[in-house]
Design a protein around this ligand. Structure first.
Ligand code: SF4
Ligand code: SF4
Length: 360
């Protein structure tokens, strides 16, 4: 134990040391939960053996010994407004952007400070993949960046968060390619801390089976992006894991509220974004993608397949730890018919503004 005392109001740097892997793991997990994570697990770096170069955390921190994975729940209530067809922004703001770009960074930064206060290095990581050198399909982005030395990855590396959560023992990867935690199923964001502290790892998840290949995600994805018959198999820490060969390009379009058109369709069922024509699907009431919220705001597909349908399936089987008094789906699902005029709004302004100068 370092006995040097802090002076004045500065931070203290001399609390418990982290030299014993079992005790250090206990302390780090306790802090992660106290800082706001909903679940925490630890993977030893050896589990990343065989990672593709552009996804290998050792390319960022060659001395990395442990990766701390944290699950942050998306509130079930954040999907209620989508389920009712009246309030989409909460999922994009609180369930997506705010959670991803505000809440989670605070937790991973605070946990990293906790470790660095005790003399070890820690890298706080969340969704910061906009700088990555690979595209959505895993290919190198042409003319984007170059390796700084032979054998090194081109910047930026992208550590795969879903795979990291799996390797930290936090749950399974579902057929949908979504990470499924044992608490919340697909309702998660994942944050990481890479560190040179040696921490006792958790076993790979071996609890009740989460994904039973029910295919509810396949049926409900509005873009038809989750392929039923084409899968990808990978070996993760000695275990074979299989998921659908998700059509990432289609998912990206559908996620933002449109289906890219291959054939002509009537004018009123189409909108144009850039030089591309998109179809308005029955699953979105928006004329076009709304504005971003907290740097995102594109989840206009309402995560109907990979998240809502999957969650309903997992909850109905009783395999998730976060249980609710009432089932999520309580009414028949809505659909928008873009070929007809809109329903008249059941709404009248509660007051009349006399002229524009009365408005805020
Ligand atoms: S909906 Fe069913 S098949 Fe799809 S990921 Fe969830 S549990 Fe697996
Ligand atoms: S994000 Fe939307 S479009 Fe993409 S797989 Fe999930 S439900 Fe389908």
């Amino acid at each position: 134990m370092n006995t040097m005392k802090a002076q004045g109001t500065e931070r203290e740097f001399e609390q418990e040391d982290l030299d014993d892997p079992v005790e250090a793991a206990r302390l780090v997990k306790r802090q992660a939960l106290a800082f706001g994570a909903d679940a925490v697990g630890i993977g030893n770096i050896e589990r990343w053996e065989g990672s593709p170069l552009q996804m290998d955390p050792r390319q960022i921190m060659p001395e990395c010994k442990s990766i701390i994975g944290m699950v942050f729940r998306v509130m079930r209530g954040s999907m209620r407004g989508i389920e009712e067809g009246t309030f989409f922004s909460n999922y994009s703001a609180m369930g997506y952007g705010g959670l991803t770009y505000l809440y989670m960074p605070m937790t991973v930064i605070n946990l990293s400070k906790f470790i660095e206060d005790r003399g070890y290095e820690a890298i706080p990581m969340g969704h910061q993949s906009d700088w990555r050198a690979i595209d959505n399909l895993g290919n190198i982005r042409k003319d984007y960046s170059r390796p700084v030395a032979p054998g090194r990855a081109a910047p930026d590396i992208m550590v795969q968060l879903r795979i990291a959560a799996y390797l930290c023992g936090l749950g399974e990867i579902g057929f949908s390619k979504m990470f499924l935690s044992s608490q919340f199923g697909p309702r998660n964001r994942v944050g990481l801390v890479l560190t040179d502290v040696k921490l006792e790892p958790d076993p790979i998840y071996d609890g009740p089976q989460l994904c039973n290949k029910c295919m509810a995600c396949v049926k409900a994805c509005p873009g038809g992006c989750i392929k039923k018959d084409k899968t990808i198999k990978v070996n993760l820490a000695g275990k074979e894991v299989e998921w659908s060969d998700l059509d990432m390009i289609k998912c990206d379009d559908t996620f933002k509220g449109g289906v890219r058109l291959e054939n002509e369709i009537p004018e009123n069922e189409r909108y144009v974004k850039g030089d591309k024509s998109f179809g308005r699907g029955s699953w979105t009431p928006f004329n076009e993608k709304p504005k971003n919220l907290y740097n995102t705001g594109q989840a206009v597909c309402g995560a109907a397949g990979c998240t809502r349908a999957c969650m309903i399936s997992l909850e109905s089987r009783g395999v998730l730890k976060n249980k609710f008094k009432d089932k999520f789906r309580r009414r028949k699902q809505w659909k928008v018919d873009w070929s007809k005029d809109p329903y008249p709004a059941a709404y009248e302004a509660p007051y009349k503004i006399k002229d524009a100068s009365d408005a805020d």
